[in-house]
Write a protein that binds this ligand. Structure first.
Ligand SMILES: NC(=O)c1ccc[n+]([C@@H]2O[C@H](COP(=O)([O-])OP(=O)(O)OC[C@H]3O[C@@H](n4cnc5c(N)ncnc54)[C@H](O)[C@@H]3O)[C@@H](O)[C@H]2O)c1
Ligand SMILES: O=C[C@H](O)CS(=O)(=O)O
Length: 488
């Protein structure tokens, strides 16, 4: 199907899945339609695959595993470095594809391409550092060793909001460790994953090492979780689906990494630099139109600075440029789909019904479609849906607090524990908050914490496992203990 998207390298727009050495269609010829959220226009179509095709992808990953795991770690690293180089070489095309498929502003799309590439570059090096250990054990005729080995055939299921970065932070770590992978991208954003697949092949990564299956998430997920040959699943997405995949994986006792939902608190203390806090919140709240797992979902502001901060934030939010991501200067793109818009409207309406005051936005944008005005709500409280649920949209509810203890208790009073942010210049307070916050990550006087060199992940209902950093490759390794005797 011809696409309205124009790329310098049209080969990057792939409308078939990749299994082993072949680009292929669904067995029954069915398709998923991919739409541009900025206009609703049909962008492309990809195969609507199911269990049978998924089984063949697992076959391909299993067949490719022996040679890939035996490959010298430096050689695996070199192939990943080449993949990284190609991603950066085609960054503009990849950014255009991302904006067309997911909607984020082109500047943010370019940033995500660089962020996604940084995971490949990082794990290209980590491939060479999966060290084992010689254990100081009993003297005499034995030596004790702990070897680190690749888990084997792995699967990854990724979300639509960062469709490059969420793929490379799994695939690069898995391949670096010597594993092979079957990837199912989100049905809203398969084209980004398929473009990365194309570049992996051009980099020389052998067929079958990486496979991309598009289509019915329930059927594909069911096949991946049920297969005893799939030894690990890495999932990023909602907590609801994460729990389901964990239940489905129990019979085959898979190794799991679950990067799930969030509900990040953002604390502004009375001693905070308010300009810095506003700037940090514009990023932590409005990046990707609020469609980020670590987006600030609840903003707690000390009573002494509440009105001043609220006024500054309202002015800044109202000044954000809303429009199609491909339009120069746009800072807030469309929400991914009508369901996302409906959730945002439900949260705002519920908050207003419970007494929240609109300081900025509070309604759909005049552009129509799934555009929503950046919104600031005052007088938010714990009764509101947005206090308990992840809004996943450009809505900043301001809660008031009068003591550090009250702020920490409120921040922790949710089932999630992914990210948290705090602004203060009191270092004793900063450390008390770091110690007390029940989250996997804390941003202090910073609204953007994501980087490939740091361990990303949560606790509580935000899941377990870490991605990025040294820890990220451990998710794809197992330890084999060797007792080497007879050496007397
Ligand atoms: N913790 C993180 O790093 C992180 C990052 C991004 C997004 N998220 C979370 O993801 C959610 C938004 O993303 P989303 O809407 O894509 O989440 P989602 O859970 O609806 O979908 C995520 C992926 O799971 C697949 N999926 C859905 N149902 C499935 C099933 N029954 N079996 C197998 N796969 C299934 C989807 O096709 C998609 O590929 C938010 O809660 C957000 O917080 C978390
Ligand atoms: O949705 C959250 C992702 O993890 C994106 S990022 O890593 O925070 O950029």
């Amino acid at each position: 199907m011809p696409s309205p998207l124009v790329l310098d390298d049209p080969q990057l727009l792939r409308q078939q899945a990749r299994i082993g050495a072949a680009w292929c269609d669904a067995d029954d010829g069915g398709h998923l339609m991919v739409h541009d959220p900025a206009s609703g226009a049909l962008l492309a179509q990809v195969p609507r695959m199911g269990a049978a095709e998924t089984g063949r992808a697992v076959d391909a990953a299993e067949a490719a595993l022996p040679a890939w795991k035996r490959l010298d770690a430096g050689a695996r690293g070199a192939l990943l470095h080449q993949w990284n180089a190609l991603v950066l070489q085609h960054a503009e095309d990849l950014a255009r594809l991302l904006t067309a498929e997911q909607g984020k502003p082109l500047a943010d799309a370019r940033a995500e391409v660089g962020y996604a590439a940084s995971f490949i570059a990082w794990y290209a090096e980590e491939a060479r550092r999966t060290y084992g250990e010689v254990i100081p054990g009993p003297a005499g005729d034995r030596r004790l060793l702990a070897l680190r080995e690749p888990v084997g055939v792995c699967a990854a299921i990724t979300p639509w909001n960062f469709p490059y970065a969420m793929v490379t932070r799994k695939a690069a770590a898995a391949l670096a460790a010597g594993c092979t992978l079957v990837l199912k991208p989100a049905e809203q954003t398969p084209l980004c994953a398929l473009a990365l697949m194309e570049l992996a092949l051009r980099a020389g990564i052998p067929p079958g090492v990486l496979n991309v299956v598009t289509g019915d998430p329930v059927a594909i997920g069911g096949a991946l979780t049920a297969s005893p040959r799939v030894r690990k699943i890495s999932f990023t997405g909602s907590t609801e689906v994460g729990r389901l995949l964990m239940r489905q994986s129990a019979p085959t006792l898979k190794k799991l990494s679950l990067e799930l939902g969030g509900n990040a608190p953002f604390l502004v203390f009375e001693d905070a630099d308010l300009d810095a806090a506003v700037e940090g919140l514009l990023t932590a709240k409005f990046r990707n139109a609020g469609q980020a797992c670590i987006a600030a979902n609840r903003i707690y502001v000390h009573d002494a600075v509440y009105d001043d901060f609220a006024a500054r934030l309202a002015r800044a939010a109202a000044a954000l440029q809303v429009g199609p991501g491909a339009q120069p200067g746009v800072q807030i793109g469309p929400l991914i789909d009508a369901d996302a818009l409906a959730k945002v409207e439900r949260h705002v309406a519920d908050a207003r019904a419970h007494g929240a005051r609109v300081l900025a936005g509070g309604e759909r944008h005049a552009l129509g479609g799934t555009y929503y005005r950046p919104t600031v709500l005052a007088d938010a409280d714990a009764r509101m849906l947005l206090a308990r649920e992840e809004t996943f949209g450009p809505v900043a509810p301001l809660f008031r607090f009068r003591s550090e203890e009250e702020a920490i208790a409120a921040a922790n009073n949710v089932e999630f524990g992914l990210g948290a942010y705090l602004y203060s210049r009191d270092h004793a307070r900063i450390w008390r908050c770091i110690d007390a916050l029940e989250t996997g990550m804390v941003g202090v006087n910073s609204g953007l914490i994501s980087t490939a060199v740091a361990p990303f992940g949560g606790i509580k209902q935000s899941g377990f496992g870490r991605e990025g950093a040294r820890q990220g490759i451990e998710e794809y390794l197992v330890v084999k203990y060797v007792c080497l005797g007879g050496l007397g």
